[in-house]
Design a protein around this ligand. Structure first.
Ligand code: MFN
Ligand code: ZN
Ligand code: ZN
Length: 581
């Protein structure tokens, strides 16, 4: 579509635009410098005077598609009653509060101004299912990260020191499963979970493969940069959710230190003032869940400060927060043993799956209570992740949806980040551990609209290597725009009720130049895309590696020919050409 968004206060951090009054023009789905007089006459016009204009929201870590998300939907009928959606002449019906149905989640994200969401964990064998759900999710451009941290083939290659074959395997797996980046969940530990065990230190070798978490992290980082992947390795560190786990988290971040990021893809960059290429070698996810200090739940405290100090002094790390905004959640992860721990703690119904030769997963309902000491502390720790790390370009705002809470709670998290008064209010309602065992109470930093645009748009896009299309309003970027009804001139952080209202329903969400949502109501359903990395490796290298894969494939319960995900399962498949080696 062709559209002009006029007179808004524009926040576009990748172009260092900090609230200037500007017009944004979009032609054929892309941001352009200007429209001709004739085009302007026929263009749709949004009058954004007195309002805030940002690039469309980008969620670089959310659980929205695939087998474990669907397991969450089916194991929680009670979740279906908590939010239902009537069909309209345009939109589908739907239900689900923490794990909404595919239609509902697309509408809900778009209503908040988000246009791009990446699925955080795709087990290779479940890639087909994941793509079918992504295809069925309306409005959102999507992609998925492939779970590789406990993969039989890779563990063998790393043990044998065969990085070249490991790289050829990863490249082949990305195009085979049409996935975008490397995900590493509880490296080496999930394999032990197949034997009812876990791993608790970086140098402990796992059963049978005799490989350590350190070797897996190192191997995947080397492979990632050797191939020139769009994003850094996406790390879910070991020991998640255990008191004391902050130590292994910090030590894990030291492993990729000194590895030079090498992003080598063929894309046409949109215009940006800032260097759009990625400068991190590790993207650590849901930092909060990996930042507990102490030894038991009775003496646990926040370890975020220590990790934030480390990150403040280093330039190779970027994190997302995994905030817990209180209330209902459905915890779901490729980290099977972490779910079992929560089961022994709560006795809640749970589900566990071993994905043959590739990984595992688990799902469990969980409720974060203001009255609970640990949960209150978790709330504070999640916000610490985003407020104690000084450089906003090192942080991304998430709830690890739906692990810390559903993405529909993002407005609360945004308001806590921007309003000390709102944080004070919540401190007064929750258990005193939030204040006593974290540093949050002493923090008076309040994020600006510009900071918020970094944490929810520019930096997730930059981190995962999507700046050629997303997170920016530069010429050539996708015409994805959010208009919030906030006048920055009259912005008052103490009026957090107004902030909450504004963030819950964007005034306008524009996707590819089409208005898709107005004040929360879906008004059009344009096409969407799925991105994946097509990584090129010399034919000879691929052939040599595939000899191994075909030989070992007899251990799978499916045939080799049925393994790949066909393109037809993807909505507008959009490969990103990665030069590989
Ligand atoms: C990743 O995968 C992903 O992970 C994410 O819930 C996830 O309350 C998975 O039941 C969690 N709390 C305690 O035990 C606290 C200690 C307790 C004690 O034993 O003494 N203390 C108190 O109760 C305080 C009493 C005094 C007071 O101050 O009130 C437990 C409980 C819990 C805690 C449980 N832990 C789990 C957290 C971890 C991981 C959630 C989710 C997780 C999800 N994604 O007033 C007075 O003076 C009296 C004071 C009281 C007194 O002393 O009696 C995807 O890949
Ligand atoms: Zn995770
Ligand atoms: Zn996650």
């Amino acid at each position: 579509g062709t559209i002009a968004i006029k007179n808004g206060y524009v926040f576009d951090p990748l172009n260092e635009i900090k609230g200037e009054i500007m017009d944004i023009f979009i032609r054929d789905g892309k941001v352009v410098k200007e429209l001709s007089a004739a085009e302007l006459k026929n263009a749709k016009v949004i009058d954004a005077s007195g309002m805030t204009v940002m690039p469309g929201g980008v969620d670089s870590h959310s659980h929205v598609a695939g087998a474990k998300v669907n397991a969450g939907r089916s194991m929680r009928p009670e979740d279906h009653y908590k939010a239902t959606l009537q069909k309209t002449s345009l939109t589908h019906s739907g239900s689900g509060y923490t794990v909404p149905s595919v239609y509902k989640q697309g509408y809900d994200y778009a209503a908040m101004g988000y246009t791009t969401v990446f699925e955080a964990a795709v087990p290779p064998l479940e890639a087909r299912h994941t793509h079918e759900e992504m295809r069925a999710t309306p409005l959102l451009d999507m992609g998925g990260y492939l779970i590789l941290g406990n993969n039989f083939f890779l563990m063998r290659y790393f043990r044998d020191g065969d990085i070249e074959k490991a790289a050829a395997y990863v490249a082949w797996m990305m195009k085979t499963h049409k996935t975008y980046g490397i995900k590493c969940v509880n490296p080496a530990g999930v394999e032990n979970w197949g034997w009812g065990k876990n791993i608790s230190s970086l140098d402990e070798a796992n059963i049978h493969f005799e490989i350590t978490p350190r070797e897996v992290i190192k191997g995947l980082t080397e492979v990632n940069e050797r191939l020139g992947m769009p994003m850094p390795i996406h790390l879910h560190a070991n020991n998640l959710g255990h008191p004391g786990c902050y130590a292994i988290t910090k030590d894990s971040l030291k492993i990729p230190d000194g590895v030079k990021p090498r992003q080598n893809m063929d894309v046409e960059w949109a215009e940006t003032k800032m260097d759009p290429s990625r400068d991190r070698s590790v993207y650590l996810t849901h930092l909060m869940f990996n930042s507990f200090a102490g030894t038991t739940w009775a003496d646990c405290e926040s370890g975020v400060k220590d990790i934030a100090d480390y990150i403040n002094n280093k330039d190779h790390v970027v994190i997302d927060s995994g905030c817990t905004p209180f209330g209902e959640a459905t915890v779901m992860t490729g980290d099977g043993p972490a779910i079992h721990d929560l089961y022994t703690l709560t006795g809640n119904k749970w589900s566990n799956t071993d994905v043959e030769m590739e990984g595992g997963s688990g799902v469990i309902p969980f409720t974060y209570l203001k009255s609970n000491p640990v949960h209150s502390l978790q709330w504070a720790m999640g916000l610490e992740c985003l407020l104690l790390i000084k450089d906003p370009w090192k942080t991304i705002m998430t709830t690890d949806s739906p692990n810390g809470g559903p993405f529909t709670k993002y407005p609360e998290v945004m308001a806590w980040l921007m309003s000390e008064a709102f944080r004070k209010q919540t401190f007064s309602e929750c258990h005193k551990w939030a204040n006593d065992r974290s540093e949050l109470g002493g923090v008076n930093r309040e994020l600006s609209l510009y900071d918020l645009a970094i944490l929810t748009r520019a930096n997730p896009a930059k981190t995962i290597g999507m700046v050629h299309r997303k997170g920016s309003l530069g010429v050539g970027a996708d015409g994805d725009v959010t208009v919030y009804n906030i006048n920055p001139q009259q912005f008052d952080p103490n009026n957090y009720e107004a902030l909450l209202r504004t963030f819950r329903k964007a005034e306008y969400t524009v996707k590819g130049g089409e208005i898709v949502a107005v004040r929360g109501e879906i008004v059009s359903l344009p096409e969407k895309r799925t991105y994946y990395s097509e990584v090129h490796v010399e034919d000879e290298k691929e052939k040599k590696m595939l000899v191994d894969v075909k030989e070992w494939f007899r251990y799978y319960t499916l045939g080799f020919a049925n393994y790949p995900t066909p393109e037809k399962l993807l909505a507008n498949p959009t490969p990103i050409q990665v030069n590989g080696e």
